[in-house]
Design a protein around this ligand. Structure first.
Ligand SMILES: *Cc1c(COP(=O)(O)O)cnc(C)c1O
Length: 370
């Protein structure tokens, strides 16, 4: 029998969350962001639920090939653009649109244009409106736009930027303001469609931010981009991944006994504790401290002691009926429908839902369910 740890990917929740993105942005095309193997869910396991998305965005060309292999005929977007000249051949063959964020990518395109004048690409020109990762500065943007408009193999240019603070404030102002104003002031004077919003901007700023394409990521996977200001219930999102395992051993310990490596948890009173088949080699964070919430038989309790490679320990003192084989939910929902949000687990562990879902490892048994 395989170890009992399982990641259940909920198809109805994926579909539901995509509909929420659409409701917020009825006038935009909604791209599903499926980078990092669909935020750890597996592209093949989310594709069917997302097949009505207007397009898909990702970072790795292989992800685009996999989408085409699944029969996807929607627009595909490589968010960081190509990493080499040869990548342009892959983009041509699989009809993948791509971002252009730097001068060296333009040189590759010019070279490709000379060698393959019949090629046709739709590109997304990235403006660095303030995040300072990728893109052309607002000062140089118009000039770059004019110069790439001359490249004959480019058949459309969409203006694109990415927010650093759509989930909150920056310097006492709504976090989108500083970037949105500069982006608008420059792109208004140029032809072309626009793509700006990520999940936080879709949920929080749909009234003020209109663009032709939105790029929804984390919200589709049932995590709130601005937790704890809002949780997934506030946004009407559903968990799409449930990480579940089972109790494989039970110990009764006395006050003064310690638990696990480093003995960093010492019982203050007599306790019943359960050992769960889930450890950091499954992607559960080793850094998750004593007190991280879990559900046992749908009842909330908490981890105690250090997470080890293959196991962690939970407090069963108040869960009378817990036994070997009892269901443990690390995040997501229990088979009875109780919910433990990934955002809450992430926060206790000093990280975000994004990181937890991406970290689940290949040895976990993945299954799809309604
Ligand atoms: C990851 C990413 C997104 C999606 O962001 P979420 O916060 O997950 O919605 C959108 N645009 C770009 C450029 C990205 O890299």
């Amino acid at each position: 029998m395989p170890r009992p740890i399982t990641a259940i990917i909920h198809q109805d929740a994926l579909q539901h969350n995509l509909e929420i993105a659409r409701k917020h942005m009825p006038n935009s095309k909604v791209f599903a962001v499926v980078k990092a193997n669909a935020y750890g869910h597996g592209i093949e396991r989310v594709y069917h639920a997302f097949h009505t998305a207007d397009g898909f965005a990702f970072i790795d060309l292989d992800e685009g090939k996999r989408l085409r292999a699944l029969g996807c005929n929607r627009q595909l977007l490589l968010l960081e653009g190509v990493f080499s000249f040869d990548d342009l051949y892959v983009c041509q063959k699989y009809q993948i649109s791509f971002a252009i964020h730097s001068e060296h990518q333009i040189q590759w395109l010019e070279q490709f244009s000379q060698q393959h004048p019949e090629a046709k690409f739709d590109v997304f020109l990235k403006m660095n409106s303030g995040m300072n990762r990728l893109g052309f500065t607002p000062e140089e943007y118009s000039q770059v736009w004019h110069s790439i408009s001359q490249i004959t193999i480019i058949q459309s240019i969409t203006h694109m930027t990415h927010f650093s603070d759509a989930d909150g404030e920056r310097f006492g102002q709504d976090g989108i303001v500083y970037q949105h104003e500069i982006f608008e002031s420059i792109t208004q004077k140029l032809e072309g469609k626009t793509s700006i919003s990520n999940s936080a901007a879709i949920l929080r700023h749909s009234k003020h931010l209109q663009s032709d394409y939105v790029r929804s990521g984390i919200m589709l996977y049932g995590s709130s981009p601005d937790y704890p200001t809002h949780d997934i219930q506030d946004w009407n999102l559903k968990p799409t991944m449930s990480l579940r395992s089972e109790i494989i051993a039970i110990q009764n310990i006395k006050a003064g006994d310690s638990v696990g490596y480093g003995s960093n948890f010492v019982a203050e009173y007599d306790m019943k504790i359960g050992v769960v088949a889930c450890g950091y080699a499954d992607g559960y964070q080793r850094i998750s401290p004593t007190g991280t919430p879990v559900l046992v038989d749908s009842i909330r309790t908490q981890t105690i002691g250090r997470v080890s490679m293959d196991m962690l320990v939970v407090d069963l003192t108040s869960i009378r009926n817990a036994q070997i084989g009892s269901e443990v939910v690390l995040w997501g929902c229990s088979s009875q429908g109780a919910v433990l949000s990934i955002d809450e687990v992430a926060r206790t562990s000093g990280t975000v839902g994004y990181e937890l879902m991406c970290a689940v490892t290949a040895r976990v048994n993945f299954v799809q369910s309604q």
